[in-house]
Design a binder for this molecule. Sequence first.
Ligand SMILES: O=C(O)CCC(=O)C(=O)O
Length: 362
Amino acid sequence: MVATRQRPARIATDFSAARERYRVSVEEYRRFNAQGFLIVRGLLAPDEVAELREHGEDLVFGRVDVPGLEPPAPGTPIEEIERRYLRIHMLHRHLEVEERYLLHPRVLDVLEALIGPDVMAMQTMYFVKAPGGAGQGYHQDSYYIPTYPDSLCGVWLAVDPADEENGCLWLTPGSQHEPIYPTADRVGQNHANLHDLTVVENVSDMDTEANTLSRIAAAYPGKEVPAVARPGDAVFFGGHILHRSHPNRSAHRSRRALVCHYASARSFTMWGSAGRREPGNHLHILARGGTHLPFGRPRFETPCAANRPPGEEADGGEPMPLAMMAGGADMEDMVAAPQDPERNDPTMMRAHDHDAVHAGGG
Ligand SMILES: O=C(O)CCC(=O)C(=O)O
């Protein structure tokens, strides 16, 4: 089943070739590599933030038909409505508004400089995180989304002001140089050839005793920093950096954010193939540049490298589009995480997600 009712796209974003590009400075590039993350202030314009905020309200209040997201029962108190979901995954496959922000040209400008020139757009997660909403304990994103070579980069787009009280992101500079620590079931997933790699337990668990990645984090005393953000700010963070967030302890302030994940389009991935250990690049959108690997196209035709006219490929090669993103998908890949520390886990992609994407043709 496909989402049926969508707010008409309010194109606040300039996708034209004539737009002014965001140009990353050498200092920003250095900072990203030296500290493992980079905050770009005001990357999104105020009307874009307003559109994302309105989109969040549409989701929470059931104004958009998304199978799996139930509208609240009439008479449900607002506080209860806002607390039903912590975050919702992969809506870019079902709603144009999320596709447009996943492929936002200014976000891609920065990624092109940091991990490019070839960029693959892989994941969206819309965080609602209302007062009382859960945090997520120490983790490394490349543990959840492996790419070969590992080039993963997250982008955390602030919709509301985010600070220590309402559960902003916390990052540990220096830890971007750590390898990815496996749990017992994932030994060899990221590093098959580091003979003394510690095996960890309960990654993402808020309990620092249970989550043994906290012992790796303990090697960086006093280094962890809060990514305090204003609406429109973007936090770029690599796939190895240790990071976490705390619960939203504020009385009335939601901490909404759109979090997207990208990698080099020339990295191979099986992520998205529902744990079947099959190639998955065709499930993800070629956002910038070119690639020798298969790639997906955006379902709503948002301008990006995947739908450049033939002959304009950056690398001069022929594209190998194998899938239209989720055309006719049945929403099984879209997961609304309830208010507990559900993890950013590829196993949340359901078994027939892969088939659904293929069914879209292309
Ligand atoms: O925003 C949060 O609360 C956690 C986000 C996060 O850790 C991630 O996307 O990897």
